[in-house]
Design a protein around this ligand. Structure first.
Ligand code: ATR
Length: 295
């Protein structure tokens, strides 16, 4: 049960809880703003900071978690995989995806979770994007693509088409998805190889870093393959409106930015750390409007 601050007096009802995001680089992270906003809004007596951390420095963070100096952390690039051996327990989703972005502590034991896939799933739900039986084009084959592929597989996508600059990584992603969802169909392809029927109805998810600040005019999908009948999700949230998002909107495609996914993965971390549905007490639109100014 989380302890709430007495909002009128500002007095804390318990020792302040401390959370952080760790990664390298981490200064650009929106997570501190997001978490602090929610803490303030709900009167939760807690703080959230960004800690620059290399793989070598991670054991220090472990000590701080076990000793109670930190009550939980989010993990970002490039540590999402390398932290796993340090954990005492991790759930089946972490095992499947092979990455951790949220660590909780209970009785000095470290529990690893992956809330990236939950964030993507919730963003789909909120935007009323149906993926059951759909064909999905995943652009990219890195860590983000693994969480997205997992979420889509969990929601019964029928066929994946993976498009990635490096074929070997696309092959690795294909094998990973097949090891979890053996009945799905997966092709590795190039844009020019796709027929119109596939393109026409596709859900396209950009999981590459192409279009991210400062390269805001780069587009991960050649524009001639974008059609009004598609659904486009760009998991990039900085800028809020990427080139892919802007082109999609201009031709009338249903488009979704990466910001809802970011917010939902953060709220899922709250629920884990406080062991109660904090996420239900927060207005998504309000949080999104607040964060947009920093994207
Ligand atoms: P993350 O964990 O955020 O997914 P990552 O594992 O480094 O980060 O993966 C980044 C993805 O963006 C990869 O699919 C990468 O393609 P490669 O596998 O060929 O490296 C893709 N990517 C990054 N820069 C790119 C670029 N300029 N053009 C095309 N793809 C790019």
């Amino acid at each position: 049960m989380c302890k709430f601050r007495n909002i009128k007096t500002g007095e804390s009802t318990a020792a302040m809880k401390r959370f952080a995001v760790i990664g390298n680089p981490v200064a650009h992270s929106l997570s501190p703003r997001l978490h602090k906003y929610v803490f303030k809004k709900l009167g939760i007596d807690a703080n959230y900071s960004a800690i620059q951390c290399t793989e070598k420095q991670f054991p220090e963070i472990i000590d701080r978690l076990r000793s109670g100096q930190l009550n939980g952390i989010n993990v970002t690039l490039p540590l999402k995989q390398s932290v796993i051996p340090y954990l005492d327990v991790f759930d089946k989703h972490v095992k499947a995806i092979g990455a951790v972005n949220c660590i909780a502590v209970k009785n000095r034991k470290l529990f690893g979770h992956n809330t990236d896939w939950i964030g993507f799933q919730k963003a789909l739900e909120n935007a009323k994007i149906q993926v059951d039986g759909a064909t999905c084009i995943i652009v990219g084959a890195g860590g983000a693509a693994r969480s997205v592929g997992y979420a889509l597989g969990m929601n019964n996508v029928k066929k994946f088409i993976i498009i990635n600059r490096t074929t070997k990584r696309a092959e690795d992603l294909k094998q990973l998805i097949l090891s979890i969802f053996p009945d799905v169909k997966i092709d590795i392809s190039k844009w020019c190889e796709l027929d119109l029927e596939v393109l026409y109805q596709a859900l396209i998810v950009n999981c590459t870093s192409v279009g991210m600040v400062p390269n805001v005019n780069d587009c991960p999908v050649p524009e001639k393959y974008l059609l009004p009948s598609q659904t486009i999700i760009d998991i990039i949230y900085s800028p809020f409106r990427t080139k892919l998002y802007r082109v999609g909107q201009s031709i009338g495609t249903k488009t979704l930015s990466g910001l809802p996914m970011l917010i939902h993965q953060a709220l899922a971390s709250f629920d884990i750390w406080f062991n109660e549905p904090i996420s239900e007490k927060v207005q998504m639109d309000e949080l999104q409007d607040f964060l947009k100014q920093y994207c």
